[in-house]
Design a binder for this molecule. Structure first.
Ligand code: OVM
Length: 395
């Protein structure tokens, strides 16, 4: 692909470690509404308005050619494309409807009591311990103890779930060292995931079984049901872990905000949304243009990969007042942490349920979350979040 005329050029590598550690990219955002990344021959947008507009216009900025660097029109994807993430209407409309029906707020409501007692028990034990790693012990432990059962996965082999998510999110980026490392055991991990998507592998009573019942009704084929279960296993765990890690990081970093929440526990919902805006666990997604399109005077040609910086858009001072401040009382409506438009996160109700239940258990029991060491970041070509967060929970 060739650079559009009058488009500023940047030699930044958004998949290099230093960039991935600090993905809010004032430099890229301020360089212009569209920036050409010469390292990858892609257009980038990092301003809120353009990111949101591109996500809204799925007819121009399509997903069916992949939402990473690989252009499915010309290159082989690493796996069978997702029939929801990497699809456009009308296929997307059908598959989205199926997942919506099993992931809507009313569909998930029956899970909340169970989730709450699991969270209560987890937090009770951790408060006794006092000094913990909030990533391992909370952000990972809680989703791992509710999500696989919610889907209906068997108990053995679950250690493959996180490596698979890591692979899938790295695969949106270039074949750099991060990518290669996460694909070390690819064959074993992919095989396990593929096997768990089959009807006979799923435990009755879970969301997986419900998707197959929708196939029985004739709305989708059995093969499509398997691919939709695969979507849940790909996108449902790492993302939530990073999201919960984000909100715990924010409270450890900004203890005054924990006191605000203690005084008004109803703010748990707003707190999680603000952490998603502030941290943006999913930093980027790409689209491919289906036609030539003018964006703020820059003529982008057809078939061009466009890299959208969600994290940067969520810190755009044109949109947010004091964007680098974590403020749980802020109006977060419109943040693009879950994306926007027809592909906006279909699992967001489940993510919110997990995060809010866990935060509620914490706020009921923990007076202070004290940082006891420096957090470390886990690097991934798409995801951004804490890898370890040493804290002391003070009852
Ligand atoms: C999928 C999917 C959906 C959203 C995110 C994602 C790896 C994957 O349908 O497989 O990230």
């Amino acid at each position: 692909m060739t650079k559009p005329t009058n488009c500023p050029v940047s030699d930044l590598d958004p998949f290099a470690p230093d960039f991935l550690e600090d993905p809010y990219h004032d430099a890229l955002r301020e360089a212009g509404p569209v920036v050409w990344l010469e390292k990858y021959d892609v257009c980038a947008m990092a301003r809120y308005q353009q990111v949101r507009a591109a996500l809204s216009d799925w007819e121009t900025f399509c997903s069916s050619r992949g939402v990473g660097l690989t252009d499915f029109a010309t290159e082989e994807p690493w796996r069978t494309p997702s029939i929801i993430l990497e699809a456009d209407p009308p296929l997307h409309t059908k598959t989205r409807g199926v997942l919506m029906s099993v992931l809507s707020k009313p569909a998930l409501q029956p899970l909340s009591d169970d989730f709450k007692s699991t969270a209560d028990k987890l937090v009770d034990d951790l408060v006794v311990k006092g000094e913990i790693d909030a990533v391992r012990d909370l952000a990972e432990a809680f989703p791992l103890s509710v999500f696989p059962d919610t889907i209906g996965l068997r108990k053995d082999g679950r250690e493959n779930l996180l490596p698979y998510g890591d692979m899938a999110f790295n695969a949106f980026g270039p074949r750099n060292e991060l990518f290669e490392r996460s694909f070390a055991n690819a064959q074993r991990v992919v095989q396990w995931i593929t096997d768990q998507c089959q009807r006979q592998a799923l435990v009755p009573g879970g969301i997986g079984e419900r998707i197959y019942k929708i196939a029985d009704d004739g709305k989708i084929t059995e093969d499509e049901a398997a691919l939709l279960v695969r979507s849940l296993l790909t996108a449902g765990l790492d993302t939530t872990i990073f999201g919960i890690g984000a909100v715990l990081y924010c409270f450890a970093r900004f203890p005054d905000q924990w006191q605000v929440l203690r005084e008004n526990p109803k703010l748990v919902r707003g707190a999680f949304e603000e952490a998603l805006r502030f941290v943006s666990p999913v930093q980027t997604f790409m689209r491919t243009t289906t036609r030539a399109v003018d964006v703020e005077g820059v003529e982008i040609s057809e078939g061009q990969k466009v890299l959208l910086f969600l994290a940067s858009a969520n810190r755009d001072p044109r949109q947010w007042e004091d964007p680098d401040r974590f403020d749980i009382g802020r109006r977060t409506l419109g943040h693009v942490g879950f994306g926007h438009g027809i592909h906006v996160c279909v699992g967001q109700m489940l993510a919110r349920l997990e995060a809010q239940v866990l935060l509620t258990s914490l706020v009921e029991r923990v007076e202070r979350i004290e940082l006891t060491g420096e957090p470390t970041w886990r690097l991934n070509n798409t995801l951004h979040g804490v890898d370890s967060l040493p804290v002391k929970l003070v009852a």
